[in-house]
Ligand binder design. Structure first.
Ligand code: ZN
Ligand code: ZN
Length: 443
């Protein structure tokens, strides 16, 4: 047996956001992801416990995908002196930089100066892009990359180190209408597998959820409502349009206002056939020829129309914090014929989360203010991650080949504990790790 490998869980465990794992072996450190958690306390955004890493000993950094909860704190390591290689997929490299620019501005404005634009530039110079199936070795570790199926460019990462084999699934999914399914091999023996606990003990039937989404829209449209669906511009935007397109006959002549960034997202996605389904090109054409669809750039262009009822608005961002979705919400929150449908994760402290927590009528907390709202809110989760049934199937499969420890990642604490409870029927509790943040385990 080799030496012990120290695995430091620095963010994204018993919580959703700021994913970060540091693997330490023979004096060197390998960092998997360094994201941010959206919290709206004194500061906007909470980083992982990166100061627990001795930056001089970092051999390399590997990033699973471009989402803020996985990527955004990488420049902090560079600011602290890291100058080695940063591995990520090409889409993450090409599309992820704008997330860093956004946060450099936030850190400048809030006075924390966690990193600057110069750090972003220096970070991007250290990037080496990798593709699916590639293998790279740094120090004592070799990394292999698989398609994660969750977003364009999303990777799952296999690490061979000190005679052990670790699989960091990060964010994984299958069955998307836009991105190709994950292709992670489950016929290998692993020592440690980090799985995604986003949905806890819930199983989401994709098609039942889609149907519920459409039914909800139609019910409210029939009653003179307009619908606001906050989304991400690349990913959920196209996924949701695809759903609406396939139910176009049911939707009848309802007008769809689609934010320009979502239409542009089609262009972006079609550049990455390694990750994105071929059907996306066809879908783009269909959407463009669909006479119900009108694209818009600014909320002001459409709010008067929306107030007349019968409109469906697709706009970023997902949690109603910035962009067109927030503007439309702010303008129409007192109107009792607006329905906001939330389909994705809403971080604590976001406007989206406050809408979920405060029920159908009443008062929402927006920043430090309490604001009364009269619009309606519905939650219809549209799947982006592995759910319970997929996690159970995965663990069963892995059990055939070995007895890996299973680490639960990327779920708020109640969700994580729910999933742990289910898994404890499949494997012994000692094999289920539910680390606190920060904590160190040894393998
Ligand atoms: Zn993600
Ligand atoms: Zn994530």
């Amino acid at each position: 047996m080799g030496m012990d490998i120290a695995i430091r869980f620095l963010g994204g465990f018993r919580e959703q956001g700021r994913s970060c794992i540091a693997i330490e072996y023979r004096g060197k450190v390998y960092v998997l992801d360094a994201g941010i958690k959206k919290v709206y306390a004194r500061y906007y955004g909470e980083p992982p416990y990166l100061d627990m890493i001795d930056v001089d000993r970092i051999e390399c950094v590997v990033v699973s995908h471009l989402h803020e909860d996985h990527l955004v704190m990488v420049p902090y390591l560079v600011r602290k002196g890291f100058s080695g290689a940063i591995y990520m997929s090409k889409p993450t490299y090409e599309l992820g930089r704008k997330n860093l620019v956004k946060w450099a501005k936030i850190f400048e404005e809030d006075g924390r100066k966690l990193y600057s634009m110069e750090d972003v530039d220096r970070t991007w110079k250290l990037v080496k892009t990798v593709g699916i199936g590639n293998e790279i070795c740094e120090g004592d570790a070799c990394f292999r990359f698989y398609r994660a199926g969750h977003a364009v460019g999303a990777l799952s990462i296999e690490i061979e180190i000190g005679g052990r084999r670790i699989l960091y699934l990060a964010d994984v999914d299958r069955g998307s209408r836009v991105v190709k399914d994950l292709d992670v091999p489950t016929n290998k023996s692993y020592d440690l597998v980090v799985i995604n606990a986003s949905y806890g003990a819930s199983t989401l039937d994709r098609y039942a959820q889609e149907k519920l989404f459409i039914d909800t829209i139609c019910r409210y449209l029939d009653n003179g409502f307009s619908i606001l669906v906050p989304l991400t511009a690349v990913g959920r935007g196209q996924e949701t349009l695809s759903i609406l397109w396939s139910y176009r006959e049911i939707l009848g002549d309802a007008t769809l206002f689609v934010h320009r960034s979502i239409m542009e997202g089609f262009e972006t996605l079609s550049k990455y056939p390694e990750f994105v389904k071929e059907e996306i090109a066809e879908l783009k054409k269909s959407i463009e020829s669909w006479s119900n669809v009108h694209s818009f750039s600014d909320a002001e262009e459409i709010v008067d129309d929306v107030r007349r009822g019968g409109k469906i608005v697709l706009a970023p961002d997902l949690m109603l914090m910035t962009g067109a979705s927030r503007k439309i919400f702010e303008t129409l929150k007192d109107w009792d014929r607006l329905l906001v449908i939330l389909t994705g994760y809403q971080a604590p402290g976001t406007i989206g989360r406050s809408l979920l927590e405060l029920g159908k009528h009443g008062v929402a907390r927006i920043g430090q203010e309490l604001v009364s709202i009269r619009c309606r809110v519905a939650e219809v989760p549209l799947k982006m991650h592995f759910d319970l049934s997929e996690n159970v199937a995965l663990v069963k499969q892995l059990n055939v080949w070995g007895e890996p420890r299973i680490v639960l990642h990327h779920g708020e604490e109640p969700k994580t504990l729910e999933l742990a409870h289910y898994l404890s029927k499949l494997i012994t509790p000692e094999r289920i790790w539910i680390p606190n943040v920060p904590s160190t385990y040894y393998l």
